[in-house]
Design a protein around this ligand. Structure first.
Ligand code: FAD
Ligand code: NAD
Length: 404
């Protein structure tokens, strides 16, 4: 009898936890496992703000997939998923096709642009190693070019960050460290630089503890960040943005615009025809797509409702990794046709936002933390993610030990 074919799409947090758990739970005779990922490396999405600002080399934020998976049990295919034909149970890749009996979709998020004109063309994103390298180089180019021009254009040194959610705030924290370094390296007076965060909501970090929001905003303001709160980006143009505060429109010239104003599920999910909300599929308790018991969807492509407030949980690595554990268990049950599947309930331990190298704000196990304690905790969380996937050796190779 043919072995069931399990195909896992995406080697991010959700995909790698699923694979590392599944390869231990089932034997080679029980299933044929294939992992498909665009790159032959995994990157820590949660470290991309550092790689994008240039405070951490991008190689520190990635590692080879072959060093993590059991290559005797898992076939790795380096390719890009183009589409999913859920009726024919096959996945179309840029360079071929794979058929499945069980599918795991863990392809992560895409930026949510809300259809705002010009963002796709002119704004940078914090989405991958490629985008991080491009943004880091662009920032450096702006500083390197400034003194070369006969007529100096100060707007070249204006950096706009759209969105003061966790991603925007963490990126601003890194800029707070990186920009003074760039000024020194390229003989530029820091006063010429403008770092501007534009946030549509009435506060930065909407929904987060107000005291911690104040701490974060004050910290970033001291580092030179200017906030435009209650102001929405309406359009991105070649040399800046157009914002709206109430009825009034304003054009702000900027050499760099970074869009960090939210995410939606991977477009492959929407295009495959699963019922979805902004690319995220409301999965059942066992993490399966409605009407498709053979398709598991986890991480940023899935939608889990927080029953207490009747709203979706924000997509996080924390949830993606927990889902990976349940998904592996449920796949093993499905493959064997016996046992009981586990239902998924997020166990939210807290959240911490870094504010550069040695500061942060967060709530962990219900306790508020700021400053070096919070920063220590953030590094522990980053190291824990490495440990969960690759054990102590991965922590030793890639871990953050610059702990105060
Ligand atoms: P990902 O980990 O993003 O992995 C998706 C994988 O799929 C990637 O390897 C990608 O290359 C691959 N892929 C995508 N499309 C294709 C395709 N078409 N074909 C083949 N492969 C493809 N969450 C936290 O809990 N804590 C944090 O501190 C935190 N910090 C963050 C900081 C930043 C800057 C950002 C942007 C996000 C942060 N998040 C954090 C959110 C967290 O990163 C995501 O929720 C998490 O990465 C989701 O995991 P995932 O497995 O769904 O996707
Ligand atoms: P987000 O949705 O959390 O925040 C986006 C922000 O952009 C919001 O504050 C929103 O009001 C603002 N915004 C939207 N449209 C705008 C516009 N036109 N102009 C100006 N502002 C606009 O998105 P995110 O920060 O990218 O985070 C994505 C997910 O990743 C979230 O679930 C978040 O919790 C998670 N994350 C977690 C961490 C962490 O735990 N340290 C870090 C980064 C991201």
């Amino acid at each position: 009898m043919r072995k069931p074919r399990v195909v896992i799409l995406g080697a991010g947090y959700g995909g790698l936890i699923t694979i590392t758990r599944l390869q231990k739970q089932i034997s080679v005779d029980e299933a044929e496992i294939t992992l498909v990922n665009r790159n032959d490396y995994h990157y820590e999405t949660t470290w991309l703000h550092e790689a994008s600002a240039g405070t951490l080399h991008h190689d520190r934020a990635r590692y080879q997939i072959k060093d993590i998976i059991d290559n005797n049990r898992v076939k790795f295919v380096k390719d890009t998923v183009v589409s999913i034909d859920k009726e024919a149970k096959k996945v179309v890749l840029e360079n071929g096709e794979v058929e499945y009996d069980y599918l795991v979709i863990s392809l992560g998020a895409h930026p949510e642009t809300f259809g705002i004109k010009g963002l796709k063309e002119f704004a940078f994103g914090i989405t991958s190693i490629d985008s991080a390298r491009q943004l880091r180089e662009h920032l450096e180019y702006q500083f390197a070019t400034y003194n070369m021009e006969a007529e100096k254009k100060d707007e070249r040194l204006t950096i706009v960050v759209g969105g003061a959610g966790f991603t925007g705030i963490e990126f601003l924290g890194e800029l707070g460290n990186r920009i003074p370094e760039l000024c020194k390296e390229y003989d530029i007076d820091f006063k010429k630089v403008r770092i501007l965060c534009v946030e549509a909501a009435p506060t930065a970090l909407p929904g987060f503890d107000p005291e911690l929001v104040d701490y974060a905003v004050n910290h970033l303001q001291k580092k030179g960040v200017e906030f435009m709160i209650g102001t929405a980006i309406k359009e991105c143009i070649e040399d800046g943005i157009i914002v709206a505060k109430g009825e009034e429109l304003e054009t702000i010239k900027a050499g760099t615009v970074v869009w960090a104003a939210g995410v939606r599920g991977n477009s492959v999910v929407e295009e495959a025809g699963f019922e979805n909300m902004r690319g995220r599929v409301k999965v059942d308790g066992y993490l399966r797509a409605p009407g498709h018991d053979e398709v598991f969807i986890i991480g940023d492509c899935s939608l889990i409702i927080n029953e207490e407030i009747n709203r979706p949980y924000p997509p996080t690595a924390q949830i993606a990794m927990q889902q990976g554990e349940t998904c592996a268990k449920n796949l093993a049950v499905a493959i064997r046709g016996r046992g009981e599947m586990g239902t998924f309930t997020p166990d939210i331990k807290g959240s911490v936002a870094s504010l550069g190298e040695d500061d942060a704000v967060g709530v962990v196990f219900g306790k508020k933390l700021v400053g070096t304690k919070a920063s220590f905790m953030k590094k522990m969380i980053d190291n824990r993610a490495l440990y969960m996937v690759g054990g102590p050796s991965l922590v030793l190779k890639k871990g953050k030990f610059n702990i105060l």
